[in-house]
Design a protein around this ligand. Structure first.
Ligand code: 13P
Ligand code: SF4
Length: 311
């Protein structure tokens, strides 16, 4: 799309959103032109909070399916739309509700903590939900001595073991995008840019190893945590180990600073399925409505509410 086409489509989208009394929420990994037309851009935690508190009649969710589902769980009285219903998540797909039920049966009495990147059915089988922004606080809120099943991201789980000192039973799931950011990528950059701060998402395969650097310039953060850190830091150069869509947001929030992706290949094709045209069509044609079975939603809400109460 040319700059003029983007501007025209933005105008169309804003007019439709006003007419439909809809709020547009976008994740930090969305393409720049979608981020730029959204009412709110953020991480999973911020987007859940926004979905729960908005006064709008409808939410158009520019992100992946589990995020829109979470919004539908938190705001059952609102219409939640996703511009492309096929925008999935390889991590959320790594465990089904049946697999979780089996795992629970093998570990009776254990507390189940599910990362937000899960389906509504998996959340409904969980005691707590968590995001990268509050996972540490959620684990720390569970009494010492209770056995914890953590799912589905093994790297986030390993990192949590290190920062909380707790032993977890961890599901062996991964996000193909973050698992693809290799320790070698990080090491190369550490050598090439000794003046830069390194911001690493805990889903990265190297997150817990990175902590061992102990150099004071490596920080494990959620996507919104990266934005906050970069804005507040007195430093000017940052290496970013997560999906590359966040670079646009970082540059917008801290235009005077320099941001470089540790791996240019870290692109989530699911996040990129949401385009400006699909967003416009979604508002215009009122599609694709995301719904969750009421009983599933009610049980899943319990796990999300317990998370929100902690963080
Ligand atoms: P954040 O909650 O940190 O934005 O992460 C969501 C996600 O899908 C990471 O891949
Ligand atoms: Fe899922 Fe990974 Fe994409 Fe995040 S980056 S939405 S975890 S596939």
């Amino acid at each position: 799309m040319t700059a003029a086409e983007i501007a025209t489509t933005h105008e169309e989208i804003r007019a439709l959103a006003a007419e439909r009394e809809a709020v547009i929420l976008a994740h930090n990994y969305q393409v720049p032109e979608v981020q730029d037309v959204a009412d709110y851009v953020g991480d999973s935690l911020g987007l859940s909070r926004e979905a729960a508190s908005t006064d709008a009649d409808a939410i158009v969710f520019c992100g992946v399916h589990f995020m829109a589902e979470t919004a539908a769980i938190l705001s059952p009285e609102k219409t939640v739309l996703i511009p492309d219903p096929d925008a999935g998540c390889s991590l959320a797909a790594s465990i089904t509700a049946d697999q979780l039920r089996e795992w629970k049966a093998e570990n009776p009495g254990a507390v189940v903590v599910s990362y937000v990147n899960t389906t509504a059915e998996v959340k409904a089988e969980s005691d707590y939900c968590c995001t990268s922004g509050n996972a540490k606080a959620v684990i720390e809120a569970i009494p010492e001595g209770r056995e914890i099943l953590f799912l589905p991201d093994m790297y986030l789980g390993l990192w949590l073991e290190r920062v909380t000192g707790r032993k977890l039973r961890i599901w062996l799931g991964e996000c193909h995008v973050h698992a693809g950011i290799r320790p070698q990528d990080i090491e190369r950059w550490q050598a090439e840019a000794p003046d830069a701060e390194l911001l690493v998402h805990p889903e990265c395969g190297c997150a817990s190893q990175c902590m061992a650097f102990g150099n004071g310039r490596t920080h494990i953060l959620s996507t919104e945590g990266m934005i906050r850190f970069a804005k507040e830091s007195p430093k000017n150069r940052f290496l970013i180990a997560t999906e590359t869509g966040i670079i646009h947001r970082l540059q917008k929030e801290a235009p005077e600073k320099r941001f470089e992706a540790v791996s240019e290949k870290a692109i989530c094709r699911y996040m990129k399925m949401i385009t400006l045209e699909k967003l416009r069509d979604s508002l215009r044609d009122w599609k694709h409505v995301v719904t969750v079975e009421p009983e599933v939603a009610e049980q899943a809400r319990g796990a999300i509410d317990r998370m929100v109460a902690i963080s």
